[in-house]
Design a binder for this molecule. Structure first.
Ligand SMILES: *Cc1c(COP(=O)(O)O)cnc(C)c1O
Length: 427
């Protein structure tokens, strides 16, 4: 197995692109690699790198590829759309088609607006919450990631956690001064934050199922209580379902936990592997957006026809009977296999088809606890799996994603690779 092409392509990329990558965790530095694999193609649950090596993919483009890579129905529909022109900067029927499909599974969304990335969606939701309430402060949770929005980068998960960046140079202190950061799953801390800042809070934003510190499910009642605190204080309750939406249930964490957020942030799966995201919610709030209201928000490629097409086809595939049962079965098989293979000092945390194998005893309830993981051991595990043809997220603080394209053989290959690692180094 050679990696010569990837090594050479990375050397070349570094001449032109900072760190050779367009999103930091892709560089795979935190798992001790000198260069990342360059991907040439993908199909179903398989990634093929530039040297022709195949991998079982558990990254799934960090979540979007829930129907598998290059699904024929998606490919055909996007090909047909492409021939009709890829962008017009004018309305198309496809935007309404996708809006209708989203609203079917998120009945609390009365109006929705499409954008091009999850970052843009949460940035816009935050602006809208501030506009709707006339307040400036925002409450977020340590380890939750909502994209690289200035005000939300305080103690964020994902790459910020992976790279150990406490706060980002370039974000003015004045911008994060109004950001209140609270430990996840800590009811008392939430109560204290609302007691101190409740009347100034525009919103509380929370990941529907936090996956950007690794998968950390909300404790029973935690989300409901947060929602109640928002209602009492007049702050909007914003659920960021970018990762968990259309994944842990058709209607994401909102459906799974029976929540009634004022605004929902969506991304990843909604674009079917093309760049699309959205925010939506109560009509009264959404109508503040221009052109109906004076809160400005716009995008040259917003509602892009190719992305709307890929999103519609993907949501249609997810609407077929039995799909979520199948995902659950496959995901449970993986989690059970990993749990049996793993050493005592590890734990598997899973909600539906997103999961993390933490290199520390469970349960992991917060970012502080996730940060107690043995990341050096995770790096060794990652390298072992890669050598066995298993492509995992290159960080302890990320979710693994199971897709509809993973069959039992693919899952068993992952479990076998994990078993090999723990047999060799049980501690
Ligand atoms: C990925 C993610 C985002 C950011 O989406 P981008 O498209 O990468 O900007 C926001 N929130 C959550 C919960 C995410 O997982």
């Amino acid at each position: 197995m050679t990696e010569d092409r990837s090594r050479a392509l990375f050397a070349e990329a570094q001449q032109h692109i900072p760190g050779g990558v367009n999103s930091p965790v892709r560089a795979m530095r935190s798992v001790g690699r000198a260069f990342p694999l360059f991907i040439a193609s993908a199909a179903g649950a398989t990634l093929t790198d530039a040297d022709g090596n195949d991998y079982v993919d558990l990254v799934g483009s960090w979540g979007p590829m829930i129907v598998g890579h290059a699904h024929l129905a998606v490919v055909e529909a996007v090909r047909e759309a492409m021939v009709r022109g890829s962008s017009y900067g004018a309305p198309t029927a496809g935007e309404t088609d996708l809006a209708v499909r989203v609203k079917r599974v998120y009945p609390g969304i009365e109006l929705i607006r499409f954008v091009s990335s999850g970052t843009e969606a949460s940035m816009s939701a935050l602006r809208l919450a501030r506009s709707a309430t006339g307040r400036e402060k925002v409450l977020k949770f340590a380890g939750c990631y909502h994209g690289h929005v200035d005000a939300l980068l305080a103690e964020a998960g994902s790459g910020i956690a992976t790279l150990g960046i406490p706060s980002t140079p370039g974000v003015p202190a004045s911008v994060t001064a109004g950001t209140i950061v609270v430990p996840f799953n800590d009811d008392d801390a939430v109560d204290r934050a609302f007691a101190a800042h409740g009347r100034d809070l525009a919103c509380a934003i929370v990941e529907g199922v936090p996956g950007n510190m690794g998968v950390v499910p909300p404790a029973r009642g935690f989300m409901e209580r947060l929602q109640a605190r928002c209602r009492e204080s007049g702050a909007l309750f914003v659920v960021d379902d970018v990762m968990s939406g259309f994944r842990v249930a058709p209607g994401g964490a909102v459906e799974l936990y029976g929540l009634e957020p004022d605004l929902v942030v969506l991304g990843k799966i909604i674009g079917g592997g093309l760049p699309a995201a959205a925010f939506g919610g109560r009509r009264q709030v959404m109508e503040l957006l221009a052109p109906l209201g004076s809160t400005y928000q716009a995008g040259t490629l917003s509602g892009n026809p190719l992305a709307m097409t890929a999103g519609c086809v993907t949501l249609d595939l997810l609407a077929e009977p039995g799909v979520y049962d199948r995902l659950e079965r496959t995901s449970a098989r993986l989690a059970a296999g990993l749990g049996a293979a793993a050493a005592d000092g590890c734990c598997v945390q899973r909600v539906g088809s997103m999961m993390t194998l933490f290199f520390r005893p469970g349960p992991v309830r917060s970012f502080a606890e996730a940060a107690g993981s043995e990341t050096g051991r995770f790096a060794a595990f990652h390298a072992h799996c890669l050598a066995q043809g298993i492509y995992l997220p290159p960080s302890q603080y990320e979710a693994w994603f199971v897709s509809l394209a993973h069959d039992d053989a693919a899952i068993d290959a992952v479990v076998a690779a994990a078993g090999g690692f723990f047999a060799r180094s049980p501690q």
